[in-house]
Design a binder for this molecule. Structure first.
Ligand code: NAD
Length: 538
């Protein structure tokens, strides 16, 4: 079959619609939201109301999926996958490149919706658009490199031919979180589609609309109908049904839920990749360029109001530059512009929900009650919106405080001193997580040597997190309790395939030639093994 020609179906009355009135009782035009929610596989008759964190206004009634709906979604996806797996790699690449252009063309609509639904700053929403475009282009351009059948050396040179095929897993289940609702819903799925799979996805209930816009854009780009189906509902119910039907699961979310997902996959003996939480450190070495490090620390800590898996919650600063650095970091934090994210000028938007606000408030109150000092921030800002919280720097945090080792997932950072680099490495490796670290130093070689000592899946030098995250050829994921498997790069697509080895034996078989005894044959093999070693062969 050939990939479908794109048939854009413009959404009416979207958030960019000049008629749109933000003071109306619904933050979005009901027609716009309804056009999106029609994509959910749902026959339950139930719906859940979603609310905008920007101003607390309702956004949409989101239809919910039952267990039968999940089964239906997989049935549809399986039919679509059977045809899709027969398309050529070039056809798939073509569709990915169309998606690249479409998301860039529709940037404004995507950002508007992500801002309404998640409360984030516009610049953080834009990064989602950019990340999806980068990922689509990367897998389009490298599809042959990752998926072409590869010839490997056979046991008998010249006589054994080995071909390794990359066979799609089938239907991949993707469970995604709310913090980056566009990129987290789409990016892990693009390599799955490129590898010939279908996807059934369950985005977080709080950010269904942005994920559904992603599903619409995939279809506009030319991915066949039903190759990407969407189900909705609480993770404990719909997520579990999805794990029961999938051939592979890609999960992004908290470590607690990730362990449950892993257990469900183990029960069915299916593979999974888990992108989980972190308590990420940033190291400011004594030779760091102070202003650059302070700017980097602000981005590392407060991007997306700290609701970013790779954002920093522990700042380790060398004694020699501690006072100077902290003064610049606090000054830059105080200068940040907070507010609803519709404008580009906002530095930090809202938290997503009352739950997130409660967690952030509880972590800061607990630390302060036990003796930590607030250098700036430390309070909610209901004057800006229901869930705003100020960017907050804590000093004097000790192991008995909740925020010492637990992920806050908010705009709160604890600062610690270190005396030498061994101490910094030991502090960075404390705890059970291992997602991302950043190191600021003017000595790149030294910083890269330190990076090898840090138990994190990504380490960024003189950058907060973007150097690794936006380099799509670089594998991304967590060590220890921060995850299993990697997204991006070769690892990010090969996880969705089964490696199949096909051996073709020519000339000589695996038994003694006529008239040769087993003993002589074994001696011949021993001699040949020694010769191969001498020749340097694997
Ligand atoms: P969460 O684990 O509560 O929810 C994530 C997703 O899992 C949601 O779609 C939810 O509906 C679903 N879910 C919940 N219970 C489930 C179950 N029993 N079975 C199957 N699915 C279930 O996570 P959250 O708190 O909403 O998201 C924030 C967390 O995600 C943070 O810990 C953050 O660090 C992490 N995160 C990690 C990455 C990464 O790449 N490592 C990226 C983004 C977020």
């Amino acid at each position: 079959m050939s990939a479908q020609t794109p048939q854009p179906e413009p959404l009416v009355g979207g958030p960019n619609d000049p008629e749109h009135d933000p003071s109306a009782s619904y933050a979005l035009e009901p027609d716009y939201a309804a056009a999106l929610t029609r994509r959910i596989v749902s026959s339950s008759g139930e719906s859940a109301l979603s609310i905008s964190p920007v101003n607390g206004q309702p956004l949409a009634h989101v239809p919910q999926s039952s267990e039968d709906d999940v089964i239906e979604a997989f049935d549809r996806a399986r039919k679509a996958q059977a045809a899709w797996a027969r398309t050529s790699l070039d056809q798939r690449a073509e569709v990915l490149l169309r998606l690249h252009d479409i998301v860039l063309d529709r940037e404004q609509e995507i950002c508007d919706l992500a801002v309404w639904e998640s409360g984030k700053a516009r610049k953080d929403a834009y990064l989602e658009v950019y990340h999806v475009a980068l990922t689509a282009r990367y897998y389009a351009r490298t599809i042959h490199q990752h998926l072409d059948t590869q010839r490997r050396p056979g046991v008998v040179p010249g006589a054994t031919r080995i071909d390794v095929n990359r066979v799609p897993k089938g239907v991949v289940g993707i469970i995604s979180p709310w913090n980056y609702p566009f990129t987290m819903a789409l990016c892990d799925g693009l390599p799955a589609l490129a590898a010939g799979n279908a996807v059934v996805t369950k985005p977080d209930s709080r950010t269904m609309l942005t994920a559904l816009l992603g599903a619409q854009l995939l279809e506009e780009a030319g991915f066949p109908k039903d190759l990407w189906t969407v189900v909705a509902g609480p993770g404990s119910r719909v997520g579990t049904s999805l794990i029961n039907k999938a051939d592979y699961v890609c999960f992004t979310g908290s470590t607690t839920t990730g362990k449950k997902v892993a257990a469900g996959c183990a029960e069915r003996l299916i593979g999974c990749s888990l992108e989980l939480g972190g308590k990420n450190p940033i190291l400011i070495l004594r030779d760091a360029a102070i202003e650059k490090a302070a700017e980097g620390a602000v981005r590392a800590t407060y991007s997306n109001a700290g609701q970013l898996c790779v954002s920093t919650e522990r700042l380790l600063v060398a004694d020699q530059v501690y006072d100077k650095f902290v003064q610049r970091f606090v000054a830059r934090t105080k200068a940040m512009v907070l507010g609803p994210g519709h404008e580009w000028t906002t530095d930090m938007g809202s938290l997503i929900s009352q739950d997130q606000l409660d967690t952030v408030t509880a972590h800061v109150e607990d630390a302060v009650a036990k003796g930590a000092k607030v250098l700036t921030g430390g309070r909610a800002r209901p004057d800006l919106g229901p869930y705003f919280y100020e960017p907050t720097i804590l000093e004097g945090v000790t192991p008995d405080m909740t925020c010492f080792g637990n992920e806050t997932f908010g705009p709160v950072i604890s600062i610690y001193r270190f005396h030498d680099e061994n101490e910094a490495i030991a502090k960075a490796n404390e705890g059970t997580y291992g997602l991302n670290a950043a190191i600021f130093s003017q000595d790149g070689r030294r910083a890269r040597a330190i990076a090898r000592e840090i138990k994190c899946g990504t380490v960024n030098i003189n950058e907060a997190y973007g150097a690794t995250f936006a380099s799509i050829d670089a594998p991304m994921g967590g060590m220890r309790e921060s995850g299993m498997g990697r997204r991006q790069g070769a690892e990010g697509i090969h996880r969705y395939t089964e490696a199949q080895s096909v051996g073709t034996q020519r000339v000589w078989g695996f038994r003694p030639p006529k008239g040769v005894s087993n003993e002589i044959f074994a001696k011949t093999l021993t001699v040949s093994a020694r010769v191969m070693k001498k020749l340097g062969r694997a």
